[in-house]
Design a protein around this ligand. Structure first.
Ligand SMILES: Nc1ncnc2c1ncn2[C@@H]1O[C@H](COP(=O)(O)OP(=O)(O)OP(=O)(O)O)[C@@H](O)[C@H]1O
Ligand SMILES: [Mg+2]
Length: 349
């Protein structure tokens, strides 16, 4: 999966990457994110209801984990960084849960404001299992509003961001289209000299940011043409190269990193394209949230002084670990170090 040229480059940078990892705890990051709570309710199927032809499940467990922009924040914290979270939650239990999870991970939640008009974005999966069968998801219930936060809240978020710009080494915008990142907030974010943007849409709103990290479908939508072969089985290298160039023009960014699932990622800076293959393609269980992990590790790499390629490799390495776990997941620098040493060992001279 890793060709000789890439392996040689990785070996030559191995020691350096290990040093960069040790510097993650010093990093101070502000993340503005569309915060989501992922909920998993599960239990055993008891019988069919008499009220309607539906199953009755006896509740056994509720699991709550950060999702969307909250997953990027949580990933940064678990990698050891000092994180300030900025975003909106509703006046509800889910908002409190998210705040509690963050506080337990040592995340500064002062920048999380309560929006009385809109619920905390919540995705609740309800799953059931019979006595001797696998657990199966039955339905998912989403809570969200299609409205934007009111102008006062937008201004308050922007104000908070401005007040913290001088206290952080980088700003991350994790935009899932749920309304935390309105024009005034983005404007405030862009006053920092190191801004990393992970957005599903509207790239030009972030014009002038340092780095963008779209996945393949997001990049495709932004440029308006297909980036895969006609049968969609693989990325089309020529189209991808064109997209890298077009996105650099569109965003005025220093670099564009297009992540491509099991095909890894490609970094563009206007003069060169560098491809990084996926490091783990055999023990992949759930790729949800891998992009958030990429952003987290890559940001901490850049703060530690990594070149863009080195930072992307660290992002790729972290992603190769979280795809082994169910749902959104996090990793640590200890795990990353072990994985890097294993990777170097598997690809000797
Ligand atoms: N199937 C896979 N096999 C191996 N590695 C993978 C796979 N999917 C993702 N990865 C790793 O995760 C990185 C990011 O994945 P992807 O391009 O799917 O991001 P994403 O769509 O933004 O994810 P999300 O939005 O769910 O957080 C890839 O560059 C790669 O390193
Ligand atoms: Mg993503």
């Amino acid at each position: 999966m890793i060709d000789d040229t890439f392996a040689a480059k990785l070996r030559s940078q191995g020691d350096r990457l290990l040093v960069l990892l040790t510097q993650f705890p010093q990093a101070r990051v502000l993340v503005i994110g569309d915060l989501t709570l992922d909920e998993f309710l599960s239990g055993q199927v008891e019988r069919v209801s008499r009220e309607a032809p539906v199953l009755i499940i006896r509740h056994e467990a509720t699991r709550q984990v950060p999702g969307g922009g909250a997953n990027a924040i949580y990933n940064l914290a678990k990698l050891g960084a000092q994180v300030k979270a900025v975003g909106l939650v509703g006046q509800d239990e889910q908002g409190l849960a998210l705040r509690r999870i963050f506080a337990e991970a040592g995340i500064d939640t002062q920048g999380i404001l309560v929006d009385p008009d809109r619920p905390t974005v919540t995705k609740t999966r309800i799953s059931g299992h019979a006595r001797q069968s696998v657990t199966q998801q039955i339905v998912r219930v989403d809570r969200k509003s299609d409205q934007l936060p009111n102008a006062t809240l937008q201004a308050q978020l922007a104000e908070y961001v401005r007040s913290q710009i001088a206290n952080v080494d980088a700003v991350v915008c994790s935009d899932y289209g749920d309304g935390a990142l309105t024009a005034p907030v983005i404007q405030a974010a862009l006053t920092h000299s190191c801004t990393i943007v992970d957005t599903q849409q509207h790239f030009q709103r972030y014009a002038g940011a340092t780095l963008f990290t779209p996945n393949l479908p997001e990049a495709e939508q932004a440029v308006g043409y297909a980036l895969t072969q006609p049968d969609r089985s693989k990325t089309d290298p020529a189209a991808l190269r064109q997209a890298g160039a077009d996105l650099l023009t569109l965003t005025q960014a220093k670099q564009i990193l297009i992540t491509q699932g099991d095909e890894g990622m490609s970094l563009f800076d206007g003069t060169a394209e560098q491809h990084i293959p996926a490091f783990n393609r055999t023990e992949v269980f759930d790729v949800t949230g891998a992009g958030d992990t990429v952003v987290a590790a890559l940001t901490l790499g850049l703060i530690a002084g990594a070149a863009f390629w080195e930072a992307a490799v660290l992002g790729n390495l972290a992603a190769s670990l979280v795809v082994r776990h169910f749902g959104t997941a996090t990793t640590t620098t200890t795990e990353m170090k072990t994985a890097l040493l294993a990777l170097l060992e598997d690809n000797p001279m």
